[in-house]
Ligand binder design. Structure first.
Ligand code: FAD
Ligand code: NAP
Length: 540
């Protein structure tokens, strides 16, 4: 007999775990499926050397339980991957979450049965369960991208991807290591790998902007002060566009209203302070190219000051706008290129042609390697969803529905896919925020919606096409008022060959959260609600 649940949740990262807790609170039956061997999602998979958060620990944590946020003690300003994973393990134990999760179980297909108003979830092993609701907590950055490079399978050494790092020790000492990619994962891992490897070759296609994290042991007084009013701290952060950094808010003034000296002092102050706050030094950095150039020039001057070899400094100096691709935070990244065992390989001017049994061949020559590390990122936002065969009403595949790019209402619902919720989906602020806050907001909203449906005897909820079309337009209009769409970032899908280019996240958390609250208060305006055994009760 096929097991049946009220809710199936796909994914046991921080989103799936909090959603599980909420669904249980509602008294619904639930089963979570997780492809990994344990909980944690991002923090389970990304075990590469140097992996850590770039949102401050006091902010990157759950807020649904006051006891939890009081009892957990963070040790560093920016937590390491192992510390976050032990925090997640603590949460899982404390709320007894494991018993409803099936680990090592990947969902391969989700099919909607319209007459029964039920979803069937099929695992890769072919097992099936049935549920009224499906919640996709599959993550935005969980589908690892390994570029198709000729000869990959011929390499005689070891191959790793930062997002699929082994659980056991990886021995790099005495080895010649090549890292492909200089986004956040490359920037975090390169300084640590450089200390261990005999020789490190960094294959850079696009230089990244990275700012000093300024990591340090967490100030005990600060932690105590935040804990004395955690609710207020959360509320202040939720009022910020990025759902964070309220302790260091963006400056509301234009860069063009200050003198050169004041501008440099503002940039320098924020550079020294650590974290991503340099981008908030003035209000026009992310909306005006001339303002952006001033911030970018400041960082390029820093690179020239830190990196001793002027040719290497020039290669490390990004040419695109700053902040347009996601900004990186580092600990000693530029300094690493002063080490004699670190070699920067420019694969923009001399592209990688092939992986050979002995290493990597670019158009400029061969690099002999024992280990290749792919720090090549993810098929972001849509990848984890589209790798599942999701079929909605009339057997319509989500892949087909989204052939011209993702289309959601609020990043939560898709027309034609009733009773399926996408957590931090395209069209919601998700990756442009502290994701813990966006996840909290989605858990709260979906939980509220499930309760409303139960209280009102509603069997199906589905985003309308009209509301979705208007929402997609809104997301694009907001993006077009910023500089975000102007470069080849993964926000646009530009990192994956052949992927439709659409700016996927929505900028601005507070306005979005307000809209979601209004939609809920207006009986889920923009969604069609079908009462049990009846035709749609409401189509707005
Ligand atoms: P995930 O953590 O990605 O979890 C999704 C889970 O779903 C995964 O475990 C995956 O195995 C599972 N899954 C996917 N498909 C299936 C399937 N078909 N069947 C079964 N299971 C499936 N965000 C920040 O706000 N601040 C940061 O500092 C930050 N640092 C990051 C560092 C790294 C290295 C990466 C990769 C991301 C980082 N992020 C950061 C983003 C991060 O992904 C989120 O903060 C958050 O962890 C997302 O949680 P999630 O539960 O939504 O998704
Ligand atoms: P990424 O930002 O997409 O960077 C991938 C890198 O690989 C880029 O430098 C890219 O170059 C390069 N690349 C891809 N394919 C290539 C190819 N065929 N040849 C040569 N180079 C290639 O991925 P990521 O670094 O894993 O980061 C993804 C996101 O995860 C981040 O933006 C962030 O949101 C999150 N993250 C956060 C942290 C943190 O600090 N807490 C750490 C890691 C990840 P191009 O730019 O030229 O495409």
């Amino acid at each position: 007999m096929t097991d049946e649940f009220d809710v199936v949740i796909v994914g046991a990262g921080v989103a799936g775990l909090q959603m599980l807790h909420k669904v249980r609170e509602l008294g619904l039956t639930v089963r979570v499926f997780e492809a990994g061997g344990d909980a944690g999602g991002t923090w389970y998979w990304n075990r590469y050397p140097g992996a850590r958060c770039d949102v401050e620990s006091l902010e990157y944590s759950y807020q649904f339980s006051e006891e939890l946020q009081q009892e957990w003690e963070w040790t560093e300003r920016f937590a390491t991957q192992p510390e976050i994973l032990s925090y997640i393990d603590h949460v899982v134990e404390r709320f007894d979450l494991r018993r409803d999760i099936r680990f090592d179980t990947r969902i391969a297909a989700l099919t909607y049965d319209e007459p029964a108003a039920r979803w069937t979830a099929r695992t890769e092993a072919g097992d099936e369960v049935v549920a009224r609701f499906v919640i996709m907590a599959t993550g935005c950055l969980s589908a690892a991208n390994v570029p198709e490079i000729a000869g990959l399978e011929t390499f005689a050494g070891e191959i790793y991807h930062t997002g699929r790092w082994p659980h056991g020790p990886v021995e790099l000492s005495g080895k010649r290591v090549g890292v492909i990619g200089t986004g956040s994962s490359g920037v975090q891992s390169i300084p640590v790998i450089a200390e261990e490897a005999e020789e490190l070759y960094v294959f850079q296609r696009t230089a990244a902007y990275t700012l000093p994290a300024g990591n340090q042991p967490l100030d005990a007084e600060l932690q105590a002060a935040v804990k004395a009013d955690y609710a207020g701290f959360r509320a202040r952060n939720s009022a910020m566009p990025s759902a964070g950094l309220a302790r260091f808010p963006p400056n509301p003034a234009s860069v063009f209203l200050v003198s050169d000296r004041e501008r440099e002092a503002a940039f320098e102050y924020r550079w020294q302070r650590g974290g991503p706050v340099l981008l908030g030094a003035f209000n026009d950095i992310m909306v005006d190219k001339a303002a952006n150039d001033l911030a970018a020039d400041f960082v390029r001057r820093k690179i020239r000051q830190i990196v001793k070899d002027p040719d290497v400094a020039a290669l490390l100096s990004p040419k695109q706008l700053i902040g347009c691709k996601r900004i990186c935070l580092d600990t000693g990244y530029y300094e690493t290129f002063n080490r004699p065992n670190v070699h920067l390989v420019d694969v923009a001017s001399a592209p990688i042609q092939q992986i050979t049994p002995g290493g990597i061949r670019t158009s400029a020559g061969d690099h002999e390697l024992d280990v290749i590390v792919f720090a090549t990122g993810f098929d972001a936002m849509t990848g984890p969803l589209l790798r599942i065969d999701i079929r909605g009403r009339g057997g319509l595949p989500l892949k087909e529905k989204w052939s011209a790019g993702p289309r959601t209402y609020l990043g939560l619902g898709v027309p034609g896919f009733p009773n399926l919720f996408t957590m931090t989906g395209p069209g919601s602020p998700s990756v442009l925020t502290n994701m813990m806050v966006s996840i909290h907001q989605h858990v709260t909203w979906i939980g509220g919606c499930l309760k409303y449906l139960a209280d009102n005897d509603i069997s199906a909820v589905e985003a309308t096409t009209e509301a979705t079309d208007a929402w997609v337009l809104h997301v694009n209009e907001v993006a077009d008022r910023t500089l975000f769409p102007s470069c080849n970032s993964w926000y646009l899908g530009a990192n994956i060959p052949g992927k439709t280019r659409v700016f996927m996240p929505l900028f601005g958390f507070p306005a979005y959260a307000q809209t979601c609250a209004e939609v809920a208060a207006n009986a889920y305006e923009g969604f069609t609600l079908t009462r049990s055994g009846m035709a749609p009760a409401q189509a707005t």
